[in-house]
Design a protein. Structure first.
Ligand code: ZN
Length: 275
């Protein structure tokens, strides 16, 4: 049973759905590879012009699945998309390789799919959840959507795909990280992180309307427009800033492992297990 569904609700539209609602769409290794396969399928299908990423259930995603066992060994069941290796090696090496592959690698890869992508978002989008939403070109949010990176509470700088300053602006990025606070859908729309906010019961319909409108445009021009905007963002230094934050992220994991014996704050893990 795959935890990702693939639908074609309208001509030229692929809709990829996270289908692990019983775990609030927490991302384990299986789900991430299934999602990557679905993105590849939509990217390679010449009949697909626009890709929607949606999620089953009340919440878009609670983030990375911290309960996954043998997460490092699980990589060996997959043909990796990057060139990182040594996932089961000791110390910082194995973990860094895994996070290069399934977090930074995947999110960057999806950001660069040469077709427009739209995230259709409801409920909570927590930490790793942002790494599925942010790589999409557009975001349509239900009124109940909330965006949170609480990774500082875990003793780490931020999630691995460090797009925060570009999504929130510098000042708001600091506030949200420092407080592990939540951004509502309306606030996210106001600061430009979300394209539009719609009632929860109109979310899918509104997203598909937007997708259908975009799908009428010439596909090559859409691809070039996307690459132009992405290049403008990268010209501001995004790839270097992201590599730097990723290195500091690995330092934080390593520090936690040295001091506490686990890669995130044990106090957070205790609260997480109770919750
Ligand atoms: Zn990490």
């Amino acid at each position: 049973m795959s935890t990702v569904r693939y639908e074609t609700p309208l001509p030229k539209i692929a809709r990829i759905v996270l289908d692990r609602a019983e775990r609030r769409n927490a991302q384990d290794t299986e789900l991430l590879y299934a999602l990557n396969d679905a993105f590849d399928r939509a990217a390679h299908d010449e009949d697909v012009a626009v890709i929607v990423l949606a999620a089953e259930g009340p919440h878009f995603s609670s983030g990375h699945d911290l309960r996954e066992e043998n997460a490092l060994a699980a990589l060996h069941d997959h043909r990796t998309v990057g060139t990182a290796t040594g996932f089961t090696r000791e110390g910082a090496e194995g973990l860094m390789a895994r996070e290069e592959e399934v977090f930074l690698g995947f999110s960057e890869r999806w950001r660069n799919i040469p077709k427009p992508t739209i995230a259709e978002v409801q409920g909570k989008v927590i930490s790793g959840g942002l790494m599925l939403v942010w790589p999409c070109d557009l975001i349509v949010a239900a009124e109940d959507a909330e965006f949170i990176d609480n990774v500082v509470a875990m003793g780490v700088n931020a999630v691995e795909f460090f797009n925060h300053p570009y999504e929130f602006g510098v000042r708001k990025a600091k506030e949200l990280l420092f407080t592990s606070g939540a951004l509502t859908a309306r606030e996210a729309e106001r600061i430009g992180m979300v394209n539009r906010v719609v009632p929860r019961d109109r979310l899918t319909e509104a997203t598909l309307e937007l997708a259908a409108r975009i799908a009428e445009q010439p596909p090559f021009a859409l691809k070039l427009a996307k690459q132009s905007v992405n290049a403008a963002q990268d010209a501001q230094g995004r790839p270097d800033a992201m590599r730097n934050a990723f290195a500091l992220h690995q330092l934080a994991h390593s520090h936690n492992a040295q001091v506490h014996g686990v890669i995130v704050e044990p106090g957070f893990l205790r609260r997480f297990s109770r919750g």
